[in-house]
Design a binder for this molecule. Sequence first.
Ligand SMILES: [Zn+2]
Length: 406
Amino acid sequence: MVGEDAAGLASAADAAADAAAEAVDPDEVLRHARALIAARSENPGGTEDEAAEVASGILTDLGAEIRFVRSEAGRPSVVARIGSGERPRLAWNGHLDTVPAGDPSTWSSGPFEGAVVDGRLVGRGACDMKGPIAAALAAVAAVGRAGLSFAGTLDLHLVADEELAGTHGTRVLRDEGLLDQDAAIVGEPSEMEIALAERGGAWVTAVAHGKAAHGSQPHLGVNAILTMSRFLLRLQEVLPDRVHALVGSPTVNVALVTGGSAPNVVPERCQVDIDRRIVPGEEDPEEVLAPFRRLVEDLVVERPDTHIEISLREWTEAAETTGDSAIASLVRDAIAAEAGAPPPFVGFTGITDARYYINDAHIPTVIAGPGSLSLAHTANESIGVDEMVTAARAYARIFVGFLGTR
Ligand SMILES: [Zn+2]
């Protein structure tokens, strides 16, 4: 009898997940995504206020308990609670800000218009990540439409400022003690693959110091730009020989360069800002900086007038979580049910707010959302309408599966 009861419970849970997934309304997904895109939230340059109003309006209609949590600068995150208030509790995180739209003439339709072209919704934030947020909102609506309510609690964290490191968004939620769920999903565009790890970043500044001289007598000076050039040509040497199973190798990119003072002066200073991406396991900033300094020492041996200072401007941790968690297997099963095949576990090349849940709050967390990261931040950013609908159905299954119903 016990076995039969267990089987009966399992099939009741499956039936609830099926009913929630079937209740997703494709028109509603698209409507929410377009409304969010129309509410500009460029970062830097704007705020998330308008997008937060749109999201909280939708969530109020769905019966959520809503709070605006603002950073000291007043930037809003929407924290919405749906369900009983009891455990289990699941967080779903998506950011309301977008990168700036850039030059509108590089877009085939207005970046805030939300045109649908060949089955794809076009607009700033379409995939990163107003489309994924629309999918989550439509999933919540579908659960209600199926006549179900959560036995546990869903916390939606629709946050500010992810694009500039989350200082005004998820970090504020962390500081307020709001990251205390049993599991979390960050809905960044992963093409509905499941990312279990992400890279971090070390922003390194190198300053070459030379000696100014009259431009007609360069032999009397030390050219800081040439010193820097010799350093940059060998920059790949600062990378360690390591490969992470999910996110691959560390990378290095020279991002910004400034130097010199006038066309007729030997430059005495040259500065570069370097973006060194780190992988999980690289935890000590000094270890990451050491090869930069060794390269400088090598150059000094070759040319004693070489003088380059290395410093760390900012450090953002990498993050990694296990694939053995309940949430990882539930997400995998739900996506398999909607997409036809189980998605792979992968790494995420960019930095996301998942690191706050994983590293700071020690919550089992996966990154899984519709849309492709390769289209994020581009002109004509887009997402397949069918991708959003599939994600909404998968999220409905995940919410029901993790939280249970009553
Ligand atoms: Zn994003």
